[in-house]
Design a protein. Sequence first.
Length: 178
Amino acid sequence: MTAQTSGADGPRTDTVAAVVRQWQTVHPGLDTGPMEIIGRINRSAALLQQAEDAPLRRAGLSRPEFDLLGALRRTGHELTPGDLARETFSSGAAVTKRLKQLTERGLVERRGDTRDRRVVHLRLTDAGRDLVDGILPEQLAYETAVLSVLDGQQQGELASLLGELLTRLEGRLGALRV
């Protein structure tokens, strides 16, 4: 794979392109193709996280908190903390910390399992459900605005390519860990 530091409109000017050009100067024969893809995915993710999702911030929520609330809402049934960790790709400790805050805010409630006292079931309160339902359209409008730099076809192509990458990575996750 060769470096993709040029786009349809000439040389790319994003941060990763500059990094790639620097590496190519130091190591001219180095294949920087993977860096160009993974670097851009990571940089885009970092910039999106820095924006902190304005609608969520206004509601006093972080993206990880919203993801927990969203998982409880979209699944439509109670979940355990372990279920939520799997649904949100979070650690158990992070889920526990977020659930404590969301419970204190009255957005999530806990119910002990009748057969096993070690198990806790979680569900949204009416306030939690109302918050998710109220903020979701605004959050999606915000995300639409963020992605508006790409036309509909480009968004579809990107979603398809990222979906393919994600499917393959999820299928090979165990093999990729060293």
